[in-house]
Design a protein around this ligand. Structure first.
Ligand SMILES: [Zn+2]
Length: 140
């Protein structure tokens, strides 16, 4: 399913992964390509997509690859209202719009991001510095 995309954007994907300082193995390229196509997805959804083209890749490997991508800042994670962890191909700060069906889409608003950043700058909560703020907008 994603094999054609993987070949088409092979060099772009390799450069993107390598830019974070990790090797662009076949498994990592396949996982990145699948999440690129999905946008926001659970590890299980990524696993289904990857394994349709690469049945030899274990689900455990896919989880490890996704977490390694998060560690190097290539992708990000978000927690949905249902408590399910989703991986996000977009790593930079951005808000999310969640509709009634639970579909998640990105909401980029530089003014909102700057306002939130300025508001919390230098503030602490329970004596701790705030690392990040995640905004989720729920629409009817
Ligand atoms: Zn997102």
């Amino acid at each position: 399913m994603y094999l054609n995309d993987l070949e088409k954007y092979k060099m772009e994907i390799i450069e993107k992964i390598r830019s974070t300082g990790i090797k662009a193995t076949t498994q990592r390229r396949a996982v990145y390509c699948a999440l690129s196509a999905l946008g926001h997805a659970s590890a299980d959804e990524v696993a289904v997509a990857v394994r349709s083209d690469y049945p030899a890749i274990t689900v455990a490997t896919i989880y490890r690859v996704l977490d390694s991508f998060c560690e190097v800042g290539l992708i990000s994670k978000l927690s949905t209202p249902s408590g399910k962890m989703q991986y996000d191909i977009t790593a930079h700060d951005h808000a999310h719009i969640i509709d009634k069906s639970g579909t998640i889409s990105d909401y980029d608003d530089d003014v909102l991001n700057e306002m939130i950043s300025n508001y919390f700058e230098g503030k602490t909560v329970n004596g701790a510095k705030i690392n990040s703020v995640k905004v989720q907008l729920f629409i009817a």
